[in-house]
Design a protein around this ligand. Structure first.
Ligand code: ATP
Length: 326
């Protein structure tokens, strides 16, 4: 039995890494893909995890499999394509330090995961099934993801969803809104950023937007707010909790670490128990996840920066809350 199984993209993020003697830019090979990041974060804290996805039968695919295994993520349902290469993404920074992505995915192996390649035994043996929206951009991975969600839900798993928006992967913003929005009613737990909430609900106000998502049948809505912490809505209870005042160097993976920490704290809980969580316990969980998210920003890279349980507890005991004046 796994605590969390995630389905979705697994790819290489090439991030800027200085330049060579000739002045040409260098890029570093980093494991990427939000669903696997969530597993790595929850696994570091103490969850048993498994990944479902597809990579190319190439050096990058083998590197990604090794990375999952180093993080104790079960790779029994990681499929290798002999036809198509592992998906690559190049991250570039503009003059203001803002990130943009160029994807090499025409197609990449992640999109080619088929429903019949997803092992139903895995989906019937997991407490949580987690998915995102990058595997919803194209077929057949969209059908494979939705098959995994449906099968796990029928078997009683709690469904968690992170609608991550990556503009270059969609034909249009309208298509992204439709497909990302269509998956919301399938989920029990949803975590998104303020921008994604506004995009999907048309609301700027946190509570109004979160209530729209709740009205679709979502039990717990979480909105991550970077240095402003995180907002939660469960039943009639809602609030914003501050994060911790750490020395941030790289925020990559903070959102995935936050969600992985929430899933760790909800480990073993059935949906009815989550619905009935006392506000004090829920706030304790969100605050724990804020600490985990903040700790993920003090080192570079996503997976290498994810904290252990001891590091999160130490952060909560020793680091002051970030009293943001926003
Ligand atoms: P991504 O998708 O890039 O991983 P996200 O937009 O979903 O991220 P953020 O809101 O950036 O997620 O970060 C998640 C959590 O990490 C926040 O709710 C907060 O607790 C913590 N965090 C993020 N940035 C900072 C920061 N600068 N200082 C302290 N904590 C932070």
């Amino acid at each position: 039995m796994f605590d969390i199984t995630a389905v979705g993209e697994l790819l290489i993020d090439f991030t800027p890494a200085g330049s060579n003697e000739a002045g040409n830019a260098l890029f570093a090979r980093n494991p990427g893909g939000a669903p696997a990041n969530v597993l790595a974060a929850a696994g570091r804290l103490g969850c048993r995890t498994a990944f479902i996805g597809k990579v190319g039968a190439d050096g990058f695919g083998r590197f990604l499999k090794a990375t999952l295994e180093q993080n104790q993520i079960c790779t029994e349902n990681l499929v290798f394509s002999s036809q198509v290469h592992t998906t690559l993404a190049f991250v570039q920074l503009d003059a203001h330090g803002d990130r943009s992505f160029a994807f090499y995915r025409n197609p990449g192996a992640d999109i080619l995961l088929k429903p019949e390649e997803v092992k139903p035994e895995l989906l019937r043996n997991t407490g949580v099934l987690h998915f995102g929206s990058v595997s919803l951009t194209d077929e057949p991975s969209r059908s494979a993801t939705l098959y995994a969600v449906k099968t796990a839900k029928e078997a009683g798993a709690v469904i968690s969803y992170d609608p991550n928006y990556r503009a270059p992967l969609w034909k249009s913003e309208q298509e992204a809104k439709e497909q990302m929005g269509a998956a919301l009613p399938l989920a029990d737990l949803v975590k998104l950023s303020e921008e994604e909430m506004e995009m999907l609900t048309g609301e700027q106000d946190l509570l109004t937007g979160a209530r729209r998502i709740q009205a679709l049948g979502v039990t717990l809505v979480l909105v991550t707010l970077g240095p402003k912490g995180a907002f939660y809505l469960l039943g009639d209870a809602f609030g914003t909790l501050p994060t911790y005042d750490v020395k941030t160097v790289d925020t990559n993976g903070a959102g995935d670490t936050f969600f992985g920490a929430v899933l760790f704290r909800l480990k073993g809980k059935a949906l009815q128990e989550i619905r009935a969580l006392p506000v004090s316990e829920l706030e304790e969980i969100v605050s724990f996840a804020n600490a985990a998210g903040s700790m993920a920003t003090v080192k570079s890279g996503a997976i290498p920066a994810m904290p252990t349980l001891e590091e999160v507890e130490r952060c909560r005991q020793t680091v002051p809350l970030l009293q943001a004046n926003f």
